[in-house]
Design a protein around this ligand. Structure first.
Ligand SMILES: [Zn+2]
Length: 346
């Protein structure tokens, strides 16, 4: 359990006896949403909760099967992306009971939506009695990626929950969920750690000179910061943001920049662009110079940049993120948005 989740955990275990049958756990990406929800699942499956009631026993048959990835009463419903590139091996492993095995190890052409078939199979499993655990537990992630038919099918489980069952939905963007689903769940919103708490945790985890930059780029999200320190993503993001600052100073061609992005995930790039605009807004309003600006001699002039236009660009980026799942031509969209950032920030 992460230190910043301690109070959420205590309120979960304290209310466990009277727990509502459907919980939705929310937190932005990178703050330990999956880890917390897995802990909820393990706690709910353990048949022998410790006398202090604060943790599972780790010894009973339920705990052992759970840890081995073979518990028959634990059901994990994911989209292809989560299964194939899952950040947590146990979640991926359990999800393959519902998945087409062909997505295993794939990196391209993975579906982001959760189809109705998965939910139908979950319902078939949920109406049966638990095999060995005190209850059946279903984990659905990311719940905001349920397609509309899957969300409607899930309503049946939410409205008429089978006895001895617990559903845990995970979402980093709960506003994307249909209100009909959201209103039938009890929400646990996980807190963010303070900067020093996140920094101290990261220093324990990894040996990197880029810890502060990684936290800056991930908006203080410790798990995400650890991930970017370990992958080439940090380098790609650094190069991109320095390149974008260059585009704004007319030193780099916008098309050159957007063509370097083709291999990256569109939504990820949109998040970087949003971070860039927020950096400029902070610079303009509270005078905090962005790190990507400090290393160049020829600086942009934040006083001359229109605040209104910055917010317009930010709103457009929000729209792009919402429609990213549709048939949007991502290459053209990136060209257009980088051009409009250049026009705004120069
Ligand atoms: Zn146990």
């Amino acid at each position: 359990m992460f230190s910043w989740q301690q109070s959420s955990w205590e309120s979960f275990t304290a209310s466990f006896e009277n727990l509502h049958h459907a919980q939705i756990v929310t937190a932005p990406e990178g703050y330990g949403l999956r880890e917390f929800s897995l802990a909820m699942a393990q706690y709910s499956l353990c048949g022998n909760i410790d006398s202090d009631g604060n943790t599972w026993c780790g010894k009973c048959q339920n705990c052992q099967l759970f840890a081995a990835g073979t518990h028959p009463d634990f059901h994990v419903i994911c989209n292809d992306v989560e299964s194939a590139q899952g950040r947590i091996a146990m979640i991926s492993e359990y999800s393959y009971r519902y998945q087409d095995e062909s997505v295993r190890g794939k990196t391209a052409q993975l579906k982001k939506v959760i189809p109705i078939d998965h939910i139908r199979t979950l319902i078939d499993n949920f109406v049966q009695r638990p095999h060995i655990a005190p209850r059946k537990v279903g984990l659905i992630l990311p719940a905001d990626r349920l397609n509309i038919n899957a969300a409607n099918a899930l309503l049946k489980l939410l409205e008429e929950p089978p006895a001895d069952s617990l559903l845990i939905l995970l979402s980093s963007e709960p506003s994307r969920l249909p209100p009909t689903v959201l209103s039938r769940c009890v929400q646990i919103h996980l807190p963010r750690p303070g900067h020093e708490q996140a920094r101290a945790w990261l220093k324990d985890q990894i040996d990197s000179e880029d810890i502060d930059l990684a936290l800056e780029l991930t908006d203080g999200a410790p798990i995400k910061a650890r991930e970017v320190c370990r992958t080439e993503l940090l380098q790609a993001q650094k190069e991109f943001l320095v390149g974008l600052a260059g585009v704004c100073r007319q030193a780099v061609s916008p098309y050159q920049l957007s063509s370097s992005l083709n291999k990256l995930d569109f939504e990820e790039v949109i998040k970087w662009l949003q971070g860039f605009i927020l950096d400029v807004i902070r610079w303009k309003t509270v005078g905090r110079i962005p790190w990507w600006q400090a290393s160049v001699e020829e600086r942009l002039m934040p006083d001359r940049i229109s605040g209104e236009k910055l917010f317009q660009v930010y709103d457009r980026l929000c729209t792009y993120r919402r429609i990213a799942r549709g048939s949007l031509n991502q290459e053209l969209a990136l060209d257009a948005i980088i051009l409009s950032i250049q026009r705004t920030v120069q």
